[in-house]
Ligand binder design. Structure first.
Ligand SMILES: [Zn+2]
Length: 192
């Protein structure tokens, strides 16, 4: 089963509207949401992770937040080609606006939004409850392959690359249980 829909901005906006509606009106009956690990592995270009490291260092002590551009180079295997900067913020104000996704209108070929990244300066590589909600409604429900990359700009190696981990969310709304699961990731050095 391969679902190749690009991550379209309109879909994201629709999902954001739905998620905020649910928050405001708890009587809205949700459809059951069942999330499984869709992405087998992720290859990350060193250019992308170096850019994300730099954005994250520049934003410190605040968190930096952005989007990931890439493609599905083999079924259920992603290549993250670029890390795009969106804004800085605090843990509990992580959000994306309609405008933030406009950058993907300019992408060509098979590149689409393969997820998002944000920094946790010095407090560990994981997804908070807020991060999990953001990931479900703005990313994984829109594009099942979407990943969340978390980076620690206070832990940067000699190669100029911060420690990072890549996640997807798994779970079941009927049990009201969602948790993050790590996705295997590999660094690739661009040859050109
Ligand atoms: Zn976070």
């Amino acid at each position: 089963m391969t679902d190749n829909h690009p991550h379209k901005r309109k879909d994201v906006v629709e999902n954001l509207k739905k998620s905020s509606k649910v928050e405001k009106d708890t009587s809205v009956k949700n459809e059951d949401i069942i999330l499984e690990l869709e992405t087998k592995s992720v290859m990350i270009s060193d250019q992308a992770i170096k850019a994300i490291t730099k954005f994250s260092i520049d934003a410190m002590p605040k968190e930096a937040i952005g989007l990931l551009s890439g493609k599905e180079f083999r079924p259920k295997e992603l290549l993250i080609n670029k890390g795009l900067y969106v804004t800085e913020g605090e843990e509990y104000s992580v959000s994306f606006s309609d405008k933030d996704f406009q950058v993907f209108d300019q992408l060509t070929n098979s590149e689409f939004c393969v997820g998002w990244w944000h920094s946790h300066p010095g407090f560990g590589l994981f997804l908070s409850q807020t991060d999990i909600t953001t990931h479900i409604f703005s990313f994984q429900l829109v594009q099942p392959l979407s990943v969340a990359l978390v980076v620690d700009p206070m832990d940067v190696g000699k190669d100029g690359i911060a420690k990072y981990r890549v996640f997807q969310v798994i779970g079941d709304s009927r049990k009201n249980l969602f948790r993050y699961n790590e996705v295997a990731s590999y660094l690739v050095v661009a040859s050109d």
